[in-house]
Design a protein around this ligand. Sequence first.
Ligand SMILES: Cc1ncc(CO)c(N)n1
Ligand SMILES: Cc1ncsc1CCO
Length: 218
Amino acid sequence: MGFTSELWESGAATYERIRVHPFVQGLTSGDLDRAAFRHYIAQDSHYLREYARALNVVAAKAPTPEGTALFGEHATNANAVERALHAGFLDELGGVDQPASPTTVAYTNFLLATAHTGSFAEGLAAVLPCYWIYARVGADLVDRSSPDPLYARWIATYGGDGFQKIVDDVLTVTDRHAEGLGPAERAAMLHHYATAARYEWMFWDAAHRRETWPIPLA
Ligand SMILES: Cc1ncc(CO)c(N)n1
Ligand SMILES: Cc1ncsc1CCO
């Protein structure tokens, strides 16, 4: 691997914090409070809707038709996952209609702003932790799975070969694209990657705390 190993390194300490987070550990032990998981799924529904938009912006800026097609397909997938997976989980958990939390708003705004104002490379670095960290979390948990069938289903979604293949395609595109980039653009990518990785930790943590706005809307 090329530049993607440097990207992973820029988020490696954060990944270690994600791996041991009580929310993630609770998925595989089965001890995670269902109310925290419901909060997470409801927030992830907001997240994936905006993530799909960010992916379409990355698709629009891709320098090759293959890149445009790849990220366009992934945007469509993210919307499909939002509908299918989440409708399924929320049916079982009891539907929840909660507004996007401060952390969800911050993370999705970061993705959209970086995709819109930055280069293709910058947008790519910002959306990458979402793919890569989830595939790693899935792979880390898949052998132990979970005694809770709902959590086992979540783990299987991200720990399977299907999701890993998607991530591998994106890593290949990233390594190829980075070959032609100078140090300033690479530094920006490392920074965006590390920022999004920290938001990934914050997203788990916000669900664990069941974060809401400190001031309700009037
Ligand atoms: C917050 C978040 N990050 C990554 C993924 C992976 O798709 C997801 N569903 N939600
Ligand atoms: C990263 C990601 N997460 C859910 S869907 C998707 C895009 C690729 O299917």
